[in-house]
Design a protein around this ligand. Structure first.
Ligand code: HEM
Length: 360
């Protein structure tokens, strides 16, 4: 029998702590004068984003921890995928949420913009944490910006709590999702064997050979259909092959993670590779969803403030457009350039190891 009484019954409002949540839309310390409808909308939209960032960070950290082990339990890969899929869906939702922001007219925004002072989404520590968890490095950021420097400064000025700072330092010291994905890929059994440099090297060299053989038929075909002359087409195709060589074997020595990745992408039909392949697709999907989110933000900002400087002091839209060049999982994108159609590749050795016979 339940010991619940009318007085102790859990309500919707109690469970969600709605009183507290709904008391937080009046701006810093309760604005005076209180926010207009437009300004409250601006606050609500930002808060909704931050709530979703909170959820994404939690999903990412759980996925990362599951992958950050010496031997990943096969059964955990679908769980990792589901965490990351949720992040992609949230980003897709957020990308469309800019449309709500856009119902604010530039003039209505200007009416309260001065109240923001120098505050800006640039200071969203949850967004920075999210980028750090994924693995966006300072060297990859515009101007080599290190988010820890700005946040340490805010902390030293008493504008960022100890808890937030400690959490950022903890995450900064952790491997990122990109780091753990690389380690996991390096352990991929290639041609049925894990960690054998000779086999990896042989696989990479044979792939380059397949690219070269296939290139000849592509060149012949393009010349035949009049898409250029051999002199114009050959250098471009050969540059692609030498790019693949540098990717797989910089300094002539194979990079295990890249060979593993290429193997999974090349032999996608092998049953044992289906979840690893799904994980790679999910990560690419996540980065794509995040880029679209960035892109939609930039277009909304262009519509709202034109080419004005941002409140955070950046060049505004120009800065945001530069962030569209960010790629965190660079190898996962790069490998696409060097794929060869399946029937121009040799069959995988030891196909039965992957739950499939090469005769199939
Ligand atoms: C009227 C609405 C908005 C305008 C005009 C605007 C404008 C800008 C501008 C100009 C920047 C560049 C940094 C700067 O100099 O300030 C920026 C950055 C940023 N904004 Fe917004 N924003 C708006 C709404 C939002 C909302 C609702 C969010 C959700 C949290 C958001 C999140 C961000 C983030 C995370 C950055 C940093 C981007 C990066 O450095 O990669 N913004 N915003």
């Amino acid at each position: 029998m339940s010991s619940e009484t009318p007085g102790s019954r859990m309500t919707y409002g109690n469970y969600l702590r709605l009183d507290e949540l709904l008391s937080l839309q009046s701006g810093p310390d309760g604005h005076n004068p209180p926010p207009s409808n437009h300004e409250m909308h601006f606050i609500v939209v930002h808060q909704a984003f931050e709530l979703w960032f909170k959820q994404i960070n939690r999903e990412l950290e759980e996925a990362l921890n599951l992958l950050n082990v010496d031997e990943v339990d096969e059964k955990k890969i679908p769980v990792i995928v589901s965490h990351l899929e949720r992040c992609s869906e949230i980003f897709r939702l957020l990308a469309s949420q800019w449309r709500v922001m856009q119902t604010l007219s530039p003039h209505d925004f200007l009416a309260f913009r001065d109240r923001l002072g120098t505050s800006s989404g640039f200071e969203s520590w949850q967004m920075r944490t999210l980028e750090m968890l994924l693995g966006l490095e300072s060297e990859q950021r515009i101007g080599g910006m290190d988010p820890m420097v700005h946040n340490r400064k805010l902390h030293s000025e008493g504008k960022l709590s100890d808890d937030v700072m400690e959490n950022m330092i903890r995450i900064d010291n952790m491997p990122s999702l990109n780091d753990v994905v690389q380690k996991w890929l390096a352990r991929t059994p290639v041609n049925g064997v894990s960690g054998d440099e000779g086999i990896l090297q042989d696989f990479a060299e044979k792939h380059i050979e397949s690219m070269s053989v296939h290139a000849e038929s592509v060149i012949a075909h393009m010349v035949k259909i009049g898409h250029g002359t051999e002199e114009t087409i050959r250098p471009r195709i050969e540059a692609g092959i030498s790019g693949a060589q540098d990717f797989l074997m910089p300094d002539g020595k194979v990079v295990a993670a890249r060979a593993g990745l290429l193997f999974i992408e090349s032999y996608r039909e092998l049953p044992l590779l289906s979840w690893p392949r799904r994980l790679i697709d999910t990560i690419v999907d996540l980065e794509q969803a995040m880029l679209l989110f960035r892109s939609h933000h930039a277009r909304m900002v262009e519509r709202m403030i034109g080419r004005r400087m941002g409140t955070g002091g950046s060049s505004g839209v120009d800065y945001l457009d530069m962030t569209l060049k960010y790629r965190i999982f660079t190898d996962l994108w790069a490998v696409r350039t060097m794929l060869v159609k399946r029937d121009a590749l040799p069959g995988p050795a030891n196909a039965d190891f992957y739950g499939y016979s090469s005769d199939n």
